[in-house]
Each structure stands twice: as structure tokens, then as C-alpha cells.
Design a protein around this ligand. Structure first.
Ligand code: LIP
Length: 263
């Protein structure tokens, strides 16, 4: 196990790098001719910004922590005892259209357990941070999940993905609506999870998503008093998994509605 001072230094560097990436991402977004949007699949895009931001993060973290591993959405990677898990631009579709709903997501895992989560929300000038056992913060101010206790008063963000068919995604939406939930589809899991941690949302769910989209956000939710699913069980780090995060007052009922078990 790394000593606390080494975790603290990683958290500080991750936040600094995320701040630099926020500036770079906004520069790209303000100059659409530079984006060079390409489709990786149906409703799944990558831009020159995704590539450039991930390159910046890889280089800066490798320079500071040469013994750490790296797993990024665009360049890939492999599991390692000390591992950075990074989505350079989460919410790429929103980003490529000039919309605000995108984030830079950086997580650090030790022996397969998230220890640091950093999510930058460039359009809002917000920086979400969490280290295990130390709480969750937005711009240095402590955040906590909402006190919502009724499903018919809750607001849930959900993601859909080509990795599960339209029927499964629509069945989830139907269950949420039948349970009385109000729903949003924000298009960025990292931002959705950050806003669950901050109490603006009461839940986030998706039937299949990747580790780089969610690990930082799941730690934020844990550290702000929320409940989460066990994303990393059964090979979630490299293979993805379902995801659920929720305010404590509705978590058990929302888990039952979504059919996603909590930790
Ligand atoms: C996106 C997620 C979103 C999910 C999309 C996609 P990307 O990440 O944040 O919640 O529904 O399928 O995975 O591709 O924009 O980094």
C-alpha cells in the first residue's frame, strides 16, 4: 500500500492535470474546425480533443509516477497494482456539438480499489475531487448526496449504450417512469455521478458502461454518503459493467427498480 503522502501527491497532481485539460478542452470546443469528429461506432464518437487530452494526461502522469499503469478510453491499457483510469472527454457527443455536458475524468486505483477521483466540469468551472476516507468536494467545498426519500420525488440520470439493445434500454426507462422517477439523459456518466454526489441528482444508472466513465464518479458518490453498485466485480475494470449510484434514502428501492444490486 502507498503511504498517505504518496496518495495525497497523486491527488494533487491529478487535480492540476485535470485543470490544464479543462482549459485545453474548452479551447478545442471554441474552434470546431480542430475537432475532426470521427465515429467509433453508432452514437459513439472521438475527436482530436479526446486524443490530445488523453495524451497530455498520460504524459504528465507518466512523468510524475513512472511506475504507475494507465488505462484510457482512447489509448487503452492494462490492469496494474497502481493504475490510472482516465476518460479524457466524457460526454464526447455533447462536447462535439458545443454543448456543456462533458467532463474530464481521472481515477487512481490501488490493487483494484479506487483511491482518488477527480472530475472536471469545464463549462461550469467546477472541479470535483475525492480521496478515499477524506470526503468529496466541489471547488474545495464539501458535497453530500441529497436527502430525497421518495421515488416520486427523485431525479435520475440514465445512460444508454449500443452495447445493450434499444429494448433493454427502453425497459429500464419504463421501469423508472412507472416507479414515479423523473428522468434525464445527460450524456455524461462522469457528470451524472458527480451531480449525484453533489445532491443535484438522486441517482445515475446505465445497463453497461466502461470503467473510465465511472470510477472517479463512483468514489465521489461513496465519499459524499451515497450508495453504489459493485462495478468492478466480475471484470468490470476491463470489461465494463452495469452501474448504479444513488442517494441513500432511495437507493434500495431504486436498485430494485433498475434490477442492479448495490454493494
Ligand atoms: C459516454 C458516457 C455516457 C454513456 C455513453 C458514453 P464517452 O462516454 O459518459 O454516459 O451513456 O454511452 O459511454 O464516450 O462520451 O466518453
Amino acid at each position: 500500500m502507498l503511504p498517505d503522502r504518496d496518495i495525497l501527491r497523486r491527488a494533487q497532481i491529478a487535480e492540476t492535470v485535470a485543470r490544464e485539460c479543462s482549459v485545453l478542452a474548452l479551447e478545442f470546443q471554441r474552434d470546431p474546425a480542430r475537432l475532426r469528429v470521427q465515429a467509433k461506432g453508432r452514437r459513439d464518437y472521438v475527436t482530436a480533443a479526446d486524443m490530445e487530452v488523453e495524451r497530455l494526461i498520460r504524459e504528465r502522469l507518466a512523468g510524475e509516477f513512472p511506475g504507475d499503469g494507465f488505462l484510457g478510453e482512447e489509448g487503452g491499457g492494462a490492469a496494474a497494482p497502481r493504475l490510472w483510469v482516465v476518460d479524457p472527454i466524457d460526454g464526447t457527443t455533447n462536447f462535439s456539438r458545443g454543448l456543456a455536458g462533458f467532463a474530464v475524468s481521472i481515477a487512481f486505483c490501488q490493487d483494484g480499489r479506487p483511491e482518488i477521483g477527480v472530475i472536471a466540469e469545464p463549462a461550469a468551472g467546477a472541479m470535483f475531487t475525492a480521496s478515499r476516507g477524506e470526503g468529496a468536494f466541489r471547488n474545495g467545498v464539501r458535497i453530500r448526496t441529497s436527502g430525497t426519500r421518495d421515488l416520486d420525488r427523485c431525479l435520475v440520470d440514465f445512460g444508454y449504450t449500443e452495447r445493450r439493445g434499444a429494448a433493454d434500454n427502453l425497459a429500464l426507462v419504463r421501469r423508472l417512469l412507472d416507479a414515479g422517477c423523473d428522468i434525464r439523459q445527460g450524456g455524461s456518466a462522469a457528470l451524472g455521478l458527480a451531480h449525484v454526489a453533489a445532491g443535484e441528482l438522486d441517482g445515475y444508472c446505465e445497463l453497461h458502461i466502461n470503467s473510465w466513465d465511472v470510477l472517479a464518479g463512483l468514489l465521489l458518490v461513496e465519499e459524499s454518503g451515497g450508495r453504489i453498485s459493485d462495478f468492478l466485480e466480475g471484470g468490470g475494470m476491463l470489461g465494463g459493467n452495469t452501474v448504479l449510484a444513488a442517494a441513500p434514502g432511495i437507493a434500495e428501492r431504486l436498485a430494485s427498480v433498475c434490477g442492479i444490486a448495490l454493494r
